[in-house]
Design a protein around this ligand. Structure first.
Ligand SMILES: [Zn+2]
Length: 432
């Protein structure tokens, strides 16, 4: 049995209900109450707060290759979508680009404390090797030691082709998976059209059938501003009315964004058992507004946190967006406490993926955790070191990160790959 002991932390955030001190013991990749520590690897956490590995509930890893693209900032989404589409077409989205973008995005994730990324992949050129594209993201994750939930998305794809591709991806990548999750829990497959603004009822129906057949989670985006506008124009209905009618509001569905929701819609979402993902690092710069997270939570809707993609956010630093979420929450209601936002970025996101094994450090949970050094000047004078994780030291990065008990970031450096090589290969590919 391989045993790791994380020892000497200032505080251990076990889950939203419990912050403690003492050891965290991981045996064969899982948190345990105790184990025989003879020969165990000891990780020194003195001066650090230990949290569960962060879970990014909504990212578009491909967009890592298209950050700060000229002509994509400060414009309405109606113009942003074709600008990004033109960039994808120029670059030719194929398995190689997907792999290299995912390597960069997932390395960035680990280096900022994110151990699981839900990658909503929306770009599937006609005739592309779609299994190869999905395998690109999966390979990047397994090479780096990160967990990925790859979402076979769609954005104006042919509905039949999207469903056939989703089926092929499940068969190729998680043939023995339960609920689309590999036996080791490192890879998960889910499905989800980009939204009612881009995809017709048939795509939702056919991808929904694949999900039902394999027990996959379903994910989509709803009620950013343009989504509401287009739904009203095209169908004379609001997006959530359509999703409800199309069978896409349920406990297995997670909706990202939800900036523009009415009190009646919040009540209907809560009744349906749906989960939500807040993505202020995208919503704010895109001018979509601030999702009413306090009201969603108060209605009983589990809320996770996501960065959304590099095309709008330019970063996959979830803790930075947790800080932003906390700050902007005061514009639309009572301010969210740091502890609650940290829960969103861990257990909240994990619950939306159907993964009660992730995002907490209770016995039986996955051994995914971060050591955040709070001994420096940026944390001097901080009374509550857990709240300080979000309030103080913007852009902080963890000293060490473990995934399934394996050290993947040590002293702030990636252990599993060469960071410089990842950067160089992505730049070389996009310049080609
Ligand atoms: Zn998004």
């Amino acid at each position: 049995m391989s045993v790791v002991v994380v020892r000497g932390a200032v505080a251990v955030v076990e889950d939203s209900a419990r912050v403690r001190t003492g050891d965290v013991v991981i045996a064969d990749g899982r948190v345990v109450d105790s184990a025989d520590l003879t020969g165990a690897r000891v990780v020194d956490a003195s001066g650090c707060v230990v949290t569960p590995g962060l879970v990014n509930a909504h990212h578009h890893l491909l967009q890592t290759a298209f950050r700060t693209l000229p002509g994509t900032r400060g414009i309405p989404m109606r113009d942003w979508l074709p600008a990004m589409a033109a960039a994808y077409a120029d670059a030719v989205v194929d398995p190689e680009l997907t792999l290299l973008a995912a390597r960069a995005g997932l390395a960035e994730a680990l280096l900022s404390g994110v151990t699981t990324v839900a990658d909503h992949h929306l770009t599937w050129p006609s005739g592309a090797d779609t299994v190869g594209i999905a395998r690109g993201a999966a390979t990047a994750a397994s090479d780096l030691g990160a967990r990925v939930a790859f979402v076979r998305g769609a954005a104006r794809d042919d509905p039949q082709e999207a469903a056939i591709s989703a089926e092929a991806i499940v068969s190729a990548l998680v043939p023995d998976g339960v609920g689309g999750v590999s036996a080791d829990g490192m890879l998960q497959i889910a499905v989800g059209p980009a939204g009612v603004h881009s995809d017709p009822r048939e795509t939702f129906a056919l991808l929904g059938e694949v999900a039902r057949r394999h027990g996959l989670r379903r994910r989509t985006q709803a009620n950013e501003v343009v989504d509401v506008e287009i739904a009203l124009e095209r169908y004379g209905r609001r997006p959530l009315d359509l999703l409800e009618e199309w069978g896409w509001l349920g406990p297995d569905v997670t909706l990202a964004h939800l900036c523009d929701v009415t009190p009646d819609e919040i009540a209907r979402l809560a009744a349906s058992g749906v989960t939500a993902t807040h993505a202020p690092g995208c919503d704010v710069p895109m001018g979509w507004g601030v999702a009413p997270v306090r009201r969603l939570l108060d209605a009983g809707i589990p809320v996770g946190l996501g960065t959304s993609g590099g095309g709008s956010n330019d970063a996959g630093h979830l803790l930075a967006d947790a800080r932003l979420a906390m700050q902007v929450s005061a514009l639309v209601g009572p301010q969210l406490p740091a502890s609650e936002v940290l829960t969103m970025a861990t257990a909240g996101s994990a619950d939306g993926l159907g993964r009660s094994d992730l995002g907490r450090l209770t016995p039986g949970s996955a051994g995914d955790l971060c050591l955040w050094d709070v001994s420096g000047v940026a944390d001097a004078g901080v009374a509550d070191p857990v709240a300080g994780l979000l309030w103080a030291s913007p852009g902080r990065r963890p000293r060490s990160v473990l995934v399934a008990g394996r050290v993947v970031v040590d002293e702030g450096r990636l252990v599993t790959a060469d960071e410089g090589e990842i950067v160089a290969r992505l730049f070389e590919r996009v310049a080609r």
